[in-house]
Design a protein around this ligand. Structure first.
Ligand SMILES: NC(=O)c1ccc[n+]([C@@H]2O[C@H](COP(=O)([O-])OP(=O)(O)OC[C@H]3O[C@@H](n4cnc5c(N)ncnc54)[C@H](OP(=O)(O)O)[C@@H]3O)[C@@H](O)[C@H]2O)c1
Length: 228
């Protein structure tokens, strides 16, 4: 059993590492010395990021909405001490207006993927490991524009609280990270028009990550990081 607090021997796997908050997690964890496994679909972005980092960084190109992609990432967890379930997406607009395939893809990514990866990590991870599950301040909000997204994040928070209890005896810390509006590609990808919002409504991905890692290192179960 590996039990060590030396970051250079504690590998971290970050999903959605090709942009936004996930790329910021990768950079911050690399700066702390963690070897990394970087997961997303955009191979070029992952390869560029891996080349920039001064730690060993393995690129795993995987679509987490597919069984094959999930199975390949689950297999990576055998050597991982810290899992960051960060990949996520949203559709924007009323439920009845959504393209059903887009809706399904988002639910698979926000709900099924972190469920399977959290379960696999609990099985594979050594004592003293960690899991960060990226939720949102929108979790549980009854906003018709993001109904499935908000419901999916509420699910992730419930799952995380239960996983934390299960993992406690093995000193595995499960932390929910709840960012508010963060300046990434997320909103544009969802179809939300948010360019008109003032700067004070936004925060940087780096601010989210520093607060998240600090809370996780303190063993906290959740942290909300909002602009301002
Ligand atoms: N931005 C915000 O305001 C905000 C607020 C609260 C919570 N969050 C949460 O923060 C997390 C990160 O979002 P972000 O803001 O950094 O957005 P982002 O820049 O759009 O990043 C999303 C990441 O998820 C990956 N991804 C998307 N679909 C995927 C798939 N099918 N398989 C594997 N990876 C996939 C993307 O990579 P590829 O496209 O290369 O696959 C990308 O790396 C999400 O869970 C989001 O819900 C964001």
């Amino acid at each position: 059993m590996r039990v060590t607090s030396d970051p250079t021997t504690r590998a971290a796997l970050v999903t959605g590492a090709s942009s936004g908050i996930g790329a910021a997690f990768a950079r911050a964890l690399a700066a702390r010395g963690h070897p990394l496994v970087l997961v997303a679909r955009n191979e070029d972005a992952l390869t560029d990021l891996a080349a920039e980092l001064e730690v060993p960084a393995r690129v795993v190109v995987a679509d987490l909405t597919t069984h094959d992609g999930l199975a390949r990432v689950e297999a990576e967890l055998a050597g991982v001490d810290l899992l960051v379930n960060n990949a996520g997406s949203s559709t924007y607009g009323e439920l009845g207006e959504q393209d059903p395939d887009d809706l399904e893809e988002s639910v698979l990514l926000n709900v099924l993927a972190p469920t399977r990866l959290t379960a696999a990590a609990l099985k594979a991870m050594p004592d003293g490991g960690g899991i960060l599950n990226v939720s949102s301040t929108a979790a549980g909000r009854d906003d018709p524009a993001i109904a499935a997204y908000a419901a999916g994040k509420a699910y992730l928070e419930t799952l995380s609280r239960a996983a934390r209890q299960e993992a406690e005896q093995r000193r595995i810390t499960v932390t929910v990270v709840r960012p508010g509006r963060t300046c990434t590609a997320f909103h544009e990808r969802s179809g939300e028009e948010s360019g008109h919002l003032p700067a004070w409504r936004w925060q940087s991905p780096e601010a989210v990550v520093e607060a998240a890692l600090a809370a996780h290192e303190r063993g906290e179960d959740e942290v909300t990081v909002a602009p301002g």
